[in-house]
Each structure stands twice: as C-alpha cells, then as structure tokens.
Design a protein around this ligand. Structure first.
Ligand code: FE
Length: 201
C-alpha cells in the first residue's frame, strides 16, 4: 500500500486571496509530492511497506536510524491533514460540543486563538502548531520539522503548517499575518469538530 498524494479538497485557487494558487502549486504539487515520492522510496522493501501510515509514523519515530522514513512519512500525513483543516470562506468560530470544550479548556475562544498563534510563533524554524485531544482534554502543542502528536499518544484535530514554504510566497516573512489569516479566514471548523467527536469517542 504505497503512500499517495491526495487531491486537494478544493480547487487549487479556492483559498485566494489568502493562500494563492502559486503557493498551493508548490506546497501541494512540489513539497507534499516530494514527501510522497521519497517516503515510498524509503519504505519499499521494508516492514513498513504494507503498514498503515499512522503505524509507520509511531514506529519509525522510536528509531533514530529511521529518521528519514519518519520525516517523509509524517510530512505526508501532516500535509494531507493540513489541507483538510482549511476551506474557502473558513474561519469564524466553532460551535456545539467543540466550542464548549474550547471554552472549558482555554477560557474562551479569543484566548484559544491567542495560545494557538503563540504556539506557531514560538516554533523556532520549521514545524507545526496543533490542537489535540489528550486524555479527553483539548491541548495546544507545537512540533518541530515533521513532528506529529500521534507519537505522544495525542489525537490531532487541527494543524497549522508554519514551515516558511506554507506562507512565504503570500506573506513573505510575516508569519504572524499568515497565522491570523489562517485562524480568521481559513480554518474548516466542521472538519475540526468531526475530528473532535471521533477523538472523544
Ligand atoms: Fe508544508
């Protein structure tokens, strides 16, 4: 079961004017594709070849000699997840059980946004900001490079790519502007709510 590049869940220009077609041509068509291609080369003829992608991530994370496999395969998962975390005319506020949990675990939605942006802002260099479910509670985490909270036993329900390749064409060096745009205009809260419902069982 080879790793595959999923189609974007929207047209390639659908996130404009926030995230351009050019960004997605590179980010999905070149970067994500390269992780798929390299990941498949690295897992071919290994025990990972027929394994579920989440299992490859969790097992290769434990073995420093398999950093190449981990980095490429986790980046395949992270990007497939990230595309679904956005939608045209996204942003706004979540509702229902997810909003209740955000209010309970972060005080209120404004404070959640502040803490989530802070995770992205303080991730030095490349990485990801995450909203996860950990033992039934919502938590915000950040990971460097290809890191994924699955390896810590946490269930990701939202992610924001803060690698420069995610924003440099549209926002240049202004990571904070990209992050507020992500939260205010792009987040697909329906997808996050579905993930939350599944994660709390
Ligand atoms: Fe990326």
């Amino acid at each position: 079961m080879a790793l595959e590049l999923p189609n974007l869940p929207y047209e390639i220009d659908a996130l404009e004017p926030h995230i351009s077609k050019e960004t997605l041509q590179f980010h999905h068509g070149k970067h994500h594709q390269a992780y798929v291609t390299n990941g498949n080369k690295l897992i071919a003829d290994t025990k990972y070849n027929d394994m579920a992608i989440e299992d490859i991530i969790c097992q290769s994370a434990k073995n420093a000699a398999e950093a190449g496999i981990f980095n490429n395969v986790a980046q395949v998962w992270n990007h497939s997840f990230y595309w679904n975390c956005m939608k045209p005319n996204g942003g706004g506020t979540p509702n229902g059980a997810l909003l209740d949990a955000i209010n309970k675990d972060f005080g209120d939605f404004e404070n959640f946004k502040k803490e989530f942006s802070n995770a992205g802002a303080t991730q030095f260099g490349s990485g990801w900001a995450w909203l996860v479910v950990d033992n039934g509670k919502l938590k915000i985490t950040k990971t460097p490079n290809a890191g994924n909270p699955l390896t810590e036993g946490q269930t990701p329900i939202l992610t924001m790519d803060v690698w420069e390749h995610a924003y440099y064409i549209d926002f240049r060096n202004r990571r904070p502007d990209y992050m507020s745009c992500f939260l205010d205009k792009l987040v697909n809260w329906d997808f996050v709510a579905e993930n939350y419902t599944k994660a709390i069982g």
